[in-house]
Design a protein around this ligand. Structure first.
Ligand code: ADP
Ligand code: MG
Length: 390
C-alpha cells in the first residue's frame, strides 16, 4: 500500500475519497464532525505539497438519485469552518459540470463534489462511472476506512483507472494500528467483544480466538454462550440457531474465553425498570441487560495486565443509564491500560459512541472510524478498497 508521501502532488488534481457520512440534525447542520476532523491532516498535507484536493464521499442512503436532504453542501460549509482554507462545493459529482466547477476553483482551495450515491452506478461499482470519476483526477487518495469494505465506484472502481494512488494519513493510521494489534501483538493480547448479536460477529470471534490470549464476552451475545453452557437465560436475547456454534467455540477456547458471572437484569428494557443483580442463572421473567459488578471486576483485572487490546461491542444496553456501567467500566479499563503502555483499539459505531460519551476517546490508542470495515479487517477478509491501492 502506497503512502501519501510516496506521491508527487505538486500541481496535481488529487481526488480524495473521504468518509463524510456524518450525522446531521433536521436542518442539515453537522451534529458530530469526528469524521470531518479525521480527514483534516490528509487535506492539509495535500495542500502543503501544492496539490489540489477534490473530495468525494457518500452521505446517507438516498433512494432514487439526487435528494437535497442528502446534499454534501452543509458538510462542505462545516469543513470550511474547520480547515481555515477556502472550500468550493460543486453541485455535480462527475461530468462536464463537475469539471467546470473544479476548473474554476483557485489554487489552495479544497473542492467538495456532490454525494456519490446520487449516481445509481456508485453502489453497483459501474465501470463507466468509475472512469468518469478517474477523469477528474491525476492522483487518487483513499482516506475513507469506513467504506473500504465496499466495492463501490468511488472506493474501488475509480482506483483501477488511476495509476498514481495511495492511502491517506487517516487510512494508513487505521491499517497500522490494526495490523500491529493483530499480526505482532505484545502479549497478553485481550479482545473484548460485546454488542447485540452474536451472529453479526461469528467470523470476528473465530478470528480472534486464533490470536488473542483472552476473549472477554459481554452484551447480549453472552447469553447465547451462557445458554450453550446450560445456564438459564430467562428473557435475555439468545440466538437459538447459534447455540451449537457457541458450544464449539467454548470447547476450542477453553479458559481463554471469559463469560459474565453476574448480570444486571430487569423485566423490561426501559430506563425506569426495576433492576437487580443476579449471579449465575437469570429468572424466567427477567432479561440480562448489563454485566454485573463481579464480572466488571474480573474483566478489569484481565485488562489491567493487557499489553494489546481490541474492543468491539458494548457490554450492555449502555444507551440507558441503569445498564451503562459495564460498558463504562471497560472504557475506563482501556484508558488505564493505555496509560500503562498498552496498544488499545476501539471500533464499532456503538462502541465508539460509548467511549465518546465516557469522555475517554483521547485516552485510548486508536478509535477506529470503521465499524463494518474494522470487523472485516479483523476477520482477515480482503477489503476491496484497500486491495486496489496495492
Ligand atoms: P457496535 O456498533 O459497537 O459494533 P453492536 O451494534 O454490535 O455494537 O451492538 C450495540 C447494541 O447492543 C447497543 O444498541 C446495545 O444496546 C445492545 N446491547 C448490548 N447489550 C445488550 C443486552 N444485554 N441486551 C440487549 N441489547 C444489548
Ligand atoms: Mg452498532
Amino acid at each position: 500500500m502506497k503512502r501519501l508521501s510516496d506521491l508527487d502532488l505538486a500541481g496535481k488534481r488529487v481526488l480524495v475519497r473521504v468518509d463524510f457520512n456524518v450525522p446531521q440534525d433536521e436542518g442539515g447542520a453537522v451534529e458530530d464532525d469526528t469524521r470531518i476532523r479525521g480527514a483534516l491532516p490528509t487535506l492539509r498535507a495535500i495542500l502543503d505539497a501544492g496539490g489540489r484536493p477534490i473530495l468525494m464521499s457518500h452521505l446517507g442512503r438516498p433512494k432514487d438519485g439526487p435528494d437535497p436532504k442528502y446534499s454534501l453542501r452543509p458538510v462542505a460549509e462545516h469543513l470550511a469552518g474547520l480547515l481555515g482554507a477556502p472550500v468550493v462545493f460543486c453541485e455535480a459529482t462527475v461530468g462536464d459540470a463537475a469539471r467546470a466547477c473544479i476548473g474554476g476553483a483557485q489554487e489552495g482551495t479544497v473542492v467538495v463534489l456532490e454525494n456519490t450515491r446520487f449516481l445509481p452506478g456508485e453502489t453497483k461499482n459501474d465501470d463507466g462511472l468509475a472512469r468518469e470519476m478517474a477523469a477528474l483526477a491525476d492522483v487518487y487518495v483513499s482516506d475513507a476506512f469506513g467504506s473500504v469494505h465496499r466495492a463501490h465506484a468511488s472506493t474501488e472502481g475509480v482506483a483501477r483507472h488511476v495509476a498514481d494512488k495511495a492511502a491517506g494519513l487517516l487510512l494508513a493510521r487505521e491499517v497500522e494500528f490494526l495490523t500491529k494489534a493483530l499480526d505482532e501483538p505484545e502479549r497478553p493480547f485481550v479482545a473484548v467483544l460485546g454488542g447485540a448479536k452474536v451472529s453479526d460477529k461469528l467470523g470476528v470471534i473465530e478470528a480472534l480466538l486464533g490470536k488473542a490470549d483472552r476473549l472477554l464476552i459481554g452484551g447480549a451475545m453472552s447469553y447465547t454462550f451462557l445458554r450453550a453452557q446450560g445456564f438459564d437465560t430467562g428473557a435475555s436475547l439468545v440466538e437459538e440457531d447459534r447455540v451449537d456454534w457457541a458450544k464449539g467455540v467454548l470447547e476450542k477456547a477453553g479458559d481463554r474465553l471469559l463469560l459474565p458471572s453476574d448480570h444486571i437484569v430487569a423485566d423490561k428494557m426501559k430506563e425506569d425498570a426495576d433492576i437487580e443483580t443476579v449471579v449465575r442463572g437469570i429468572p424466567a421473567d427477567k432479561m440480562g441487560l448489563d454485566i454485573g459488578p463481579d464480572t466488571r471486576r474480573r474483566y478489569t483485572d484481565v485488562l489491567a495486565e493487557a499489553k494489546t487490546v481490541i474492543w468491539n461491542g458494548p457490554m450492555g444496553v449502555f444507551e440507558m443509564a441503569p445498564f451503562a456501567e459495564g460498558t463504562l467500566t471497560v472504557a475506563r479499563a482501556l484508558a488505564e491500560a493505555t496509560r500503562n503502555g498498552a496498544l488499545t483499539v476501539v471500533g464499532g459505531g456503538d462502541s465508539v459512541a460509548a467511549i465518546n460519551e465516557a469522555g475517554l476517546a483521547d485516552r485510548v490508542g486508536h478509535v477506529s472510524t470503521g465499524g463494518g470495515a474494522m470487523l472485516e479487517f479483523v476477520e482477515g477478509k480482503t477489503l476491496p478498497g484497500l486491495a486496489v491501492l496495492g
